[in-house]
Design a protein around this ligand. Structure first.
Ligand SMILES: [Zn+2]
Length: 124
């Protein structure tokens, strides 16, 4: 399946960018801060680094979930309503697990403060 290649390539890209970030982080640590200003700047950079890394980790998890769905032959089926996800959506977001309609409904629930992450796990 063509999506498998796309997903594997994307996972590789994310992994590569994560290790590049890690290397950059290690290099920046070599500059020992000399005063308070530098220290808070360093904390700020660490926060950005962690934050970006969390997003990458989440994406990697989404991609590996999608690859698992390919193996189980459930790829491209919405986890919520079990209708096929449109090819247009899969082309844009190959790791999509919901159709546009359900994705929007879930986004609306997240906006209301509902813990959808737990819901997703329980649904599996
Ligand atoms: Zn759906």
């Amino acid at each position: 399946m063509a999506y498998k290649k796309v997903l594997e390539k994307k996972a590789e890209e994310v992994r590569r960018s994560m290790s590049a970030q890690k290397a950059a982080q290690l290099v920046s640590r070599l500059d020992v801060p000399s005063d308070e200003g530098d220290l808070s700047q360093q904390h700020h950079e660490e926060w950005i680094f962690l934050n970006r890394n969390t997003i990458d980790m989440k994406l990697l998890r989404e991609i590996s979930d999608a690859l698992r769905r390919i193996e189980h032959d459930t790829y491209g089926i919405c986890l919520e309503c079990e209708e096929p996800i449109s090819a247009k959506r899969l082309d844009a977001v190959p790791w999509a697990k919901y159709c546009v309609t359900c994705q929007e409904a879930i986004a609306a629930r997240i906006a209301l403060g509902e813990n959808v992450e737990e819901y997703e796990e329980a649904d599996r």
